[in-house]
Structure formats: structure tokens, C-alpha cells
Design a protein. Sequence first.
Length: 302
Amino acid sequence: MKRLRLAIIGFGRVGKACAEVIHESHDLALAGVVRRPESMGCPLPERFRNIPVVSQIAQIPDLHGALICVPTMEAVAADQACLQQGVPVVDCATLHGGSLHAHKEVVHRVALHHGVPAVVGAGWDPGALSLFRALFALMAPGGSTETRHRTGISLHHTTMVQKVAGVKDALCAERRTGEGKLQRYVYVELEKGANEDRVAQAIRADPLFLGEETFVFPVESVAALEQEGRGVVLERRGAPRQLGHQQFLLEARFDESVLTAQIMVAAARALPRLKPGAYSLLDVPVSAMWGSGSEKAEREWL
């Protein structure tokens, strides 16, 4: 199988994550990195030291696509620079509503003029979260969707958990279900040798947690979870008096940079199958985004 040669424009957190995702793939190759002139002297991580670092996309030959990993306000200029060289692009511009539509229209005109495709807003939000919202709305038309970014943190409950024997550090989050019932999500970093079940029992037995549904999750590092992890609760309720009673709930915690990189790389796989013009992630066939090694996941989707 011929690998798709991709370039990365910008090498911040998202750019580095994209490089790691490409490195772990079997069907993609990192052809080069485009950086600002003032950043050219900054070394890449050891595993990427043989990758060309240049200041212009035209200096990287035989590209199948470029991943635009620059701040949103710089995305249009970066898109245009690549499209003018005949290089398809995927960007992760964090725009919504009219702003995203206007961004897409600008990129669409340039992409059509140069006869190459582009996928815009291919990150977490917009991007993956947009797909979930659309699917929920399709399954429960006429209903309402509520999005809560990251469950609330209860400092009082967190302090209590940190005092439990065997707990090195802790973070307690809370959310309410569609019926108004309070739930506690307790993330604990355990001391060496601590018993996970005993710690969980001690937490649930404390008066602060009695009468509340409490979930305890051991994690390697609470500090890393708090620093890098993000969360979302997406809830869709069907319209009243609708046939049947539809209610859907998605809850997730994730590293946004890594998730954005996964979505961008998936969209890049679809570029060879797209006609010239700009697309959002909702416009791209899911079947076009599977890569080598994804056969099991593809079968589950189908």
C-alpha cells in the first residue's frame, strides 16, 4: 500500500500530537514540518529528527495533504498557502455558526480555483462533537440538546476524599442526570499498595456521599488528568408526546490535542476521495476516513 505523505503546518501541542498519530499509523508518512522562521532552530523530538523542517510548504515535494495546526486566526492564510501549491488541507479551526460558515466559504473558493479539496473545522468542537450532536438529533428529531463542557468540580468532596487512607490525590466531579439526580465521579490516585476496593468502599460510606450515586475511578495521575483532560456531557431529549420516549447521553473525558489529531488524520485519509472544494466533517463519508489497521472498527460501524 502506498502511504499518504502528509505535512504538518505548525508544531504546537496539536502539531506534535498529529506527528505522533502519523508515526503510529501504517498507511501514512510524515513528509515534513512547516514552522515559522523564528522556530526553525527548535529541535523536533528524537523520533522525528530525520523529518525535514522548512519554512514554506513548496519546499516539501509529492504531498497528498497538509494538516493545519496553527491558531484559528491564522488558519485561512495557512490554508490558502497550501491550496495555492495544489496541496489539499485539513484544518481544525475552532469556529462555530456563521463564523465557521464564512471560513468554509473562503476556503471553498480557493480550493475550487486550484482544483483541490479541503476539510475545515475537523477537530473536537467543531468536528467529532458535531457528529454526535447531528446523530442524536437524527434519532430524536424535534427534541432538545444540552451540552455541558466538563463536569463540575466539588472542592468540598475532593478535600474529603484526599483524606481517605490509601489515597495520594483525588478529584471529585459532579453532574445531574436528566431526572435531576446528582451523581459523583471520583478520580483517585492511590498510594502504593492501596486496595482499590477498600478505598472505594470508604469513599461511598462517608456521610458526604451517602444517598448519592458515586463512581470511583483509579487514575495514574490526578495532576495530569486535571491539566490535560477535558470533559463533556451531551444529552438529547426527544420532543414531548413524540412516539416513544427518546433520551441519549454521551459522557467523555479526553485529551483534546490528541483527539483533535486523531480526527484531523482521519479526515486526511479521505482527501484523495474528495472532489475540489471545502467540506466540514459532516460532509465527509465515514467510510473514507478508515485507515490501515481499522478493519475491526470499520466492521463494527457497518
